[in-house]
Design a protein around this ligand. Structure first.
Ligand SMILES: Nc1ncnc2c1ncn2[C@@H]1O[C@H](COP(=O)(O)OP(=O)(O)OP(=O)(O)O)[C@@H](O)[C@H]1O
Length: 258
């Protein structure tokens, strides 16, 4: 696909869980070649939206195209072109890091020697070379995110989806992940990641979509979404209509040692 077109094109997306409306009519065009943040408070519908966009959860209504292909009519074409690091990532715990990459690469149809070459490079860049023969079950949270990221990147996808990729990751690993992602978008690929940490989104993304209560509240470049507000955080609080609840008097019993 060419630069300037939409990497993700969503129309009229809905998802209900019983009475709970998780996603309430989302329209979204995410530009290709950008580092994109999907931001919103807890429960905004980010994970539900990303699950529907990546073909993991069937929408009640609406259509999704990724890299020019319909996610629900042409799932194989879409899955070949995307990488996903889902929330609460499940990994094959009894494989070593290297075995996990070997397995992922073969599932993606890559030849064995190519998988080996790419796995060695990814393990190296992500600082996992020393732990490559340890079982994934013994990996720390940050190591799990990194090996999950390596598995999601192995087949060089056009679009990479990451649900809270920095949660539970220390600053050194975060910097490593960030370097890999910046290099990847620098070559024209698209990253879409969800987060509720505004500082992170502000420092990483060129483009953001703000979500609250199942709807998209704003989209555009950081400058466009920030507008006149002093920070993305301030713009965000205004957009999602955060109340000025008096927490201090609500919790008058808390603190002070007596
Ligand atoms: N499987 C499910 N069954 C019932 N309700 C669900 C389910 N998945 C999500 N929800 C509800 O849908 C809403 C949106 O949830 P979602 O996980 O998409 O939000 P989120 O923006 O990713 O939040 P967070 O930042 O806390 O992960 C929430 O109210 C949640 O309780």
């Amino acid at each position: 696909m060419t630069m300037g077109t939409a990497a993700v094109h969503v129309r009229g997306l809905w998802k209900r869980f019983g009475q709970q409306v998780a996603v309430a009519g989302v329209d979204l065009d995410l530009p290709a070649g950008k580092f994109i943040g999907l931001v919103g408070p807890n429960g905004a519908g980010k994970t539900t939206t990303l699950s529907m966009v990546t073909g993991l959860l069937r929408p009640d209504q609406g259509s999704v195209e990724v890299a020019g292909h319909d996610v629900w009519r042409d799932p194989v074409a879409v899955k070949a072109r995307i990488g996903v690091l889902p929330e609460g990532l499940r990994l094959f715990e009894r494989l070593s890091g290297r075995e996990l990459l070997g397995y992922s690469g073969r599932l993606r149809g890559l030849p064995g020697d190519e998988v080996d070459k790419r796995a060695t490079q990814l393990l190296d860049v992500l600082d996992l070379a020393g732990a490559q023969h340890r079982l994934v079950v013994d990996y720390s949270t940050g190591m799990r995110k990194k090996i999950g990221l390596a598995a999601a990147l192995l087949h060089n996808p056009e679009v990479l989806f990451l649900d809270e990729p920095f949660e539970g990751v220390d600053p050194v690993s975060a910097q490593t992940i960030r370097g890999v992602l910046e290099r990847y978008t620098g070559s024209g690929a698209t990253v879409v990641f969800s987060s509720h940490v505004m500082e992170l989104v502000e420092s990483l993304c060129d483009w953001v979509a703000v979500m609250a209560a199942g709807r998209i509240r704003a989209t555009g470049t950081l400058a466009e979404v920030r507008g006149d507000a002093p920070s993305l955080q301030a713009a965000f609080l205004e957009l999602v209509g955060a109340g000025t609840r008096d927490t201090a008097s609500d919790l008058d019993w808390l603190g002070g040692g007596r």
